[in-house]
Design a protein around this ligand. Structure first.
Ligand code: A2P
Length: 218
């Protein structure tokens, strides 16, 4: 029935508490502000601008997001595969409304998206659909072999015209590539380049982010 269809949310996920949103948002902004001034970044500027020598202001380049969250299951109001089963899972029901502590272990930037990698605990993985990483194997060969939970992330911003779904795909793609050498030691951690405008900063100190497991209806 229509009621049953509309009773499922657009997505389930962990929603950062508001004070934490500010902290994470500011950390991301500081990172972008510094990244576009680095010589190693400027060397590959054409990945973003299409031409060498041209400058880019990464803070302007990305449209930042408001409700920072880590999606666990995109349900599309029940139309997505496995949505009903997920909503019925006893662990999902039991955890609904509980606050968790997410560990943000890296920040990544591509010409399309900027995001934070979330490293899930065993407990948090119980809320992670087992087939998430397999679903992207066609577009991103090798992603199905990554550990379950590899796609967990928070979308911090998207370039004009880019949908947020891209952030998780960009993260998976980076994780399938060989880890390059650290090109720069920044205050927050080591910066690596993965080709084609893909950058990842492994945080020296993971950011601990309190987040409520809930859902978004839109
Ligand atoms: P993400 O989790 O990477 O931020 P939208 O506003 O486009 O409807 O998306 C709502 C949220 O659901 C966003 O957080 C988005 O990406 C995520 N999302 C959208 N489509 C999908 C999908 N097909 N699979 C997984 N997550 C999705």
């Amino acid at each position: 029935s229509l009621l049953e269809e509309t009773s499922l949310p657009l997505y389930f996920g962990w929603f950062l508490l508001s004070s934490v949103q500010v902290k994470v948002g500011c950390t991301a902004m500081d990172f972008l502000k510094t990244l576009d001034t680095l010589e190693v970044f400027k060397k590959h500027i054409a990945d973003f601008t299409g031409e060498a020598e041209k400058e880019v202001d990464l803070e302007q380049y990305f449209e930042t997001k408001e409700t920072l969250h880590c999606t666990t299951k995109f349900c599309n109001y029940g139309k997505a595969d496995g949505a009903k089963e997920y909503a019925k899972n006893p662990v999902v029901k039991k955890s609904y409304g509980s606050v968790f502590s997410l560990s943000l272990t890296a920040l990544f930037v591509t010409p399309r998206t900027v995001g934070a990698r979330v490293s899930l605990t065993e407990e948090q993985l119980q809320l992670w659909p087992a087939d998430t990483e397999k679903e992207s194997e066609v577009g991103i060969p090798g992603s199905a072999s990554l550990p379950v939970g590899s796609r967990a992330h928070i979308t911090l911003g998207c370039a004009a015209g880019v949908e947020p779904i891209q952030t998780g795909l960009d993260l998976l793609q980076i994780l399938t590539l060989p880890e390059g050498e650290a090109l720069e030691e920044m205050e927050l951690g080591s910066l690596r380049y993965y080709g084609e405008g893909r950058w990842m900063l492994s945080l020296r100190e993971p950011i601990c982010a309190a987040a409520c497991f809930s859902s978004f209806y839109g």
